[in-house]
Design a binder for this molecule. Structure first.
Ligand SMILES: [Zn+2]
Ligand SMILES: [Zn+2]
Length: 387
């Protein structure tokens, strides 16, 4: 099935926006120029209401359709870039050293702007569309900041949809699934305190390095021995540092940091409890002490069954191919905060044979733009048909 012809016409213009944003990356909540660009475009399109500063630097636009319908659909894009130095050699490469749109949020923002232009022109739906442009997807929980700032109630959002580009998936293909799609991301820090001393006299010390190593090894039994084998959980210890730099010293403290990813929300607290037990009791067995600091991060991204059904129908109407039974992935996504508030669905849009996201040679594929825009338009018109 074809994309909307209007988006083929608009492609050169949308590409220009995308490449402008690509040249001017901003990270986390500091997306001031990006937000101003978005708000300016929305006003130029004749969007009924444009509100800036939701969740610090988020932007919201409202388009009212034909008819008196009150149903309201939220469409979400993220605006932030990453602290990576670009290495693409593109003529529109980042002009900001050390910052780059390496996750394609320049593309997501441009596609939602393209859809906004079309929807403001045609208004061929009965209800309201809320265009959500969020800051700080990359580790700053910008979606949560917008939700905490009243996004959902203030604009009366009933359902939310969003999408992310997917390197390795052919352009024109859309991939998703009902239920858990992306994992939660919780972080922990462990501080082990032994008794420092001379490396040649370990019997007079408590060897912090050995205790911490034992903790790392035992932590890897938690996923394999305490979690239902049919649930997906990842535990990774990413850093391990002691306070000694010398070969002849037994250090006093060791510090480890890591992450836990779960696809089943119920496993998150269980993981914290088991990790705490292993950390404290292993340390105690060796005569050391250990402290665990646990920080809950992005929730599991869970697609609502009905909403995913609607999204898949809309995708089938505009995409070349749709896989609605994709495997979930373990990286996390803060759109999950919006999906925890209202039913909705998140989709992956083929980015073709590109470098992976977060790689210095990654680039969003402009050929995907008409498919993404068409999906946004289609879900609105299908879910809220004009009478
Ligand atoms: Zn990313
Ligand atoms: Zn991303």
């Amino acid at each position: 099935m074809p994309i909307r012809n209007r988006f083929a016409e608009l492609l050169p213009e949308i590409k220009e926006w995308r490449q402008h944003l690509h040249r001017n990356p901003e990270i986390l909540y500091e997306v001031h120029r990006t937000a101003a660009f978005v708000a300016g475009k929305l006003r130029a399109f004749g969007v009924d209401e444009v509100v800036e500063g939701i969740g610090r630097t988020g932007v919201v636009g409202v388009i009212r359709g034909k008819g008196a319908g009150t149903k309201t659909i939220g469409l979400r894009a993220d605006m932030d870039a990453l602290p990576i130095h670009e290495d693409t050699g593109l003529d529109y490469a980042s002009e900001v050293p050390g910052k780059m749109h390496a996750c394609g949020h320049d593309g997501h923002t441009s596609m939602l702007l393209g859809a906004a232009k079309y929807l403001a022109e045609t208004r061929n739906f009965d209800g309201n569309v809320v265009l959500i442009f969020q800051p700080a997807e990359e580790g700053g929980a910008g979606a949560k900041a917008m939700v905490d700032d009243g996004l959902i109630d203030r604009f009366g959002i009933d359902e939310v949809y969003g999408m992310h580009n997917a390197p390795g998936v052919p352009v024109g293909m859309i991939v998703t699934r009902p239920g858990p799609l992306q994992a939660s991301a919780d972080e922990f820090e462990i501080v082990v305190t032994g008794l420092g001393g001379h490396a040649a006299e370990p019997h007079k010390a408590v060897d912090t390095t050995l205790v911490a190593s034992q903790i790392v090894v035992t932590l890897h039994s938690v996923v394999s021995r305490n979690v239902d084998p049919l649930h997906s959980v990842v535990l990774t210890v990413g850093t391990f540092q002691t306070d000694s730099n010398a070969s002849n010293i037994i250090p006093q403290t060791a510090r480890m940091r890591g992450t836990v990813r779960c696809l089943n929300p119920d496993d998150r607290e269980k993981m914290e409890a088991r990790v705490r037990r292993v950390v404290e009791d292993t340390a105690s067995a060796f005569g050391a002490t250990a402290e665990l600091h646990w920080e809950y991060g992005y929730p599991v991204t869970v697609n609502d069954e009905d909403a995913t059904g609607w999204a898949v129908e809309a995708a089938r109407a505009v995409a070349i191919d749709v896989d609605d039974a994709a495997n979930p992935i373990m990286p996390s996504e803060d759109f999950s905060y919006m999906l925890n508030e209202r039913p909705g669905a998140y989709l992956f849009l083929g980015n073709g044979d590109s470098a992976m996201c977060h790689h210095p040679k990654y680039n969003f594929n402009d050929e995907a733009i008409p498919y993404g825009c068409s999906f946004f338009a289609e879900i609105v018109e299908r879910r809220m048909p004009a009478r």
